[in-house]
Design a protein around this ligand. Structure first.
Ligand code: LLP
Length: 445
């Protein structure tokens, strides 16, 4: 097991998260179950917030990229920790507003925001919208005009940085649906275009080079490219970079193949990024831009553990041993999508040595419904509680009702206490939006 702050094994040999016995939690709340360690989440928000302040003063804000895990409680935590958030849909915006999150600390992203989403963002008075296409600049301008206001925007810029991660989660190479490319000149054209609009105030640039990235150099290169571009826009268009948003993307520990960074270690990434901004500012005599960062995965990822109960075990001699659990791709589609790797452990026998290599299968009708392939475990028995580590980011947020399975509840743990932050779904929830047209209603004789 890794030496992370959030997990330990207690005297019963049970896994503990945030001071709570996972086996007891599985009994109390049932499985599958998403657990989140509040202390770790707050710690990570604090590491980013305090590092930014230490090296850049008050001239910036950390935004929690809430696509990683969105529910009302997480927005309350982010608010209490005095950071901002980014949202990427009307649904995330609505959730944040329902939780009472201050609109001025909300940034909105998305590569194809819908008219009503832009309208809702303007009506709420959110801090900033990141425009990702000409049509979006037009739409924001038009909607702002209707409301007699001027909306602050950033342009999403694609600096063409190759970040070492899975292709589906890379967002800033040349072929990307995100952003205006610096290389092909569209970033310049979009800057000039946005500057002509009366009801938007182009305040700066946003860039996000990808996700689950460990190479500090990729982040540094991203900053250099965007800052150099801003310098050229100052020279060519007399554009002043007021705000620079460098996105998120910091990698986390899923398995021992990943670089292990303990919470405080993330400060180094920020320092490197901030240092580069400062150097560019000094080199070109620029005004220091208001600096934004948007970590998502690294705030909630390692705070989360999913608990399952082991069910059917199928040993195919010479081929594979499948250990099936009561969850699957409906609560964690990341193996199916990205062949992501995870570390599973038996929560009720967490001290026992691993003796076999197995694959963890879900319960969906799909061969690719796997959680982890060829992982080491003690010999699992039906009824064991299996914990999959580092599932706090992009698991619940990407969960679905495939096969009409119910999305598991989320429980927040703090100092040994545990309570729901997302309640379990029921079969009634599953059929809630179904409609049977009257012609199909079952005829009563
Ligand atoms: N900002 C922007 C504009 C983003 O697109 C993202 C993530 C973030 C910030 C936060 O990045 P993070 O710090 O979480 O790496 N579903 C995929 C991840 C998709 C990431 C999308 N964008 C997964 O499960 O790995």
């Amino acid at each position: 097991m890794n030496e992370r702050d959030t997990l330990k094994v207690n005297e019963k040999g049970h896994l503990e998260l945030g001071g709570a016995d996972c086996v007891e939690l599985a009994k109390k709340f049932g499985t599958p179950l998403y657990l989140f360690d509040e202390t770790y989440i707050r710690k990570m928000m604090g590491v980013y917030r305090d590092t930014l302040k230490k090296h850049y003063g008050d001239n910036g804000l950390v935004l929690y990229a809430s696509k990683a895990f969105s529910c009302q409680a997480i927005y309350r935590i982010a608010d209490e920790e005095n950071i901002g958030i980014d949202v990427v849909s009307g649904g995330e915006l609505y959730t944040a507003l329902q939780a009472g999150f201050p609109a001025e600390r909300i940034y909105m992203h998305g590569n194809n925001k819908l008219d009503y989403e832009i309208g809702e963002a303007l009506d709420a008075g959110i801090g900033c919208i990141v425009a990702d296409a000409y049509s979006e600049i037009d739409k924001i301008d038009a909607e702002a005009k209707k409301r007699g206001m001027v909306q602050r925007i950033l342009l999403r810029i694609n600096p063409g940085v190759e970040a070492h991660t899975h292709a589906f989660v890379q967002t800033a190479t040349t072929d990307s649906k995100f952003g205006f490319s610096i290389a092909d000149g569209t970033a310049e054209k979009a800057t000039a275009y946005a500057m002509t609009k009366k009801n938007v105030k182009l305040d700066g640039y946003h860039c996000h080079i990808g996700s689950q990235i460990f190479e500090k150099q990729s982040f540094v290169l991203g900053v250099e490219k965007v800052m150099d571009f801003a310098v050229s826009m100052k020279d060519k268009l007399n554009f002043t970079l007021e705000t620079l948003n460098m996105g998120g993307g910091f990698g986390i520990w899923y398995t021992d193949e990943d670089r292990k960074i303990l919470a405080e270690g993330y400060a180094e990434y920020l320092e490197a990024l901030i240092q580069t901004v400062k150097e560019k500012v000094a080199q070109h005599g620029l005004k220091a831009p208001y600096l934004l960062l948007e970590p998502g995965r690294s705030i909630v990822g390692e705070a989360g553990v999913t608990l399952y109960t082991v069910g059917a075990i199928k040993d195919i001699p010479g081929v594979k041993k499948y250990v099936a659990v009561d969850g699957g791709m409906f609560d964690n589609p990341r193996y199916a999508l990205y062949q992501s790797k995870y570390t599973p452990i038996l929560a009720n026998r967490a001290n026992e040595p691993c003796t076999e290599i197995v694959s963890i299968a879900g319960k969906c009708c799909e061969s690719g419904d796997l959680i982890a392939v060829n992982v080491s475990l003690p010999k699992a028995e039906t009824g064991d509680i299996l914990a999959v580590l580092s599932t706090g980011a992009y698991n619940y947020s990407m969960a679905m009702n495939y096969n009409r399975n119910m999305i598991p509840p989320c429980v927040l743990v703090r100092d040994g206490e545990a309570e729901y932050i997302v309640k379990p779904q029921s079969y009634a929830d599953i059929v809630r939006n179904d409609v049977i047209p009257s012609r199909l209603l079952k005829k009563t004789k």
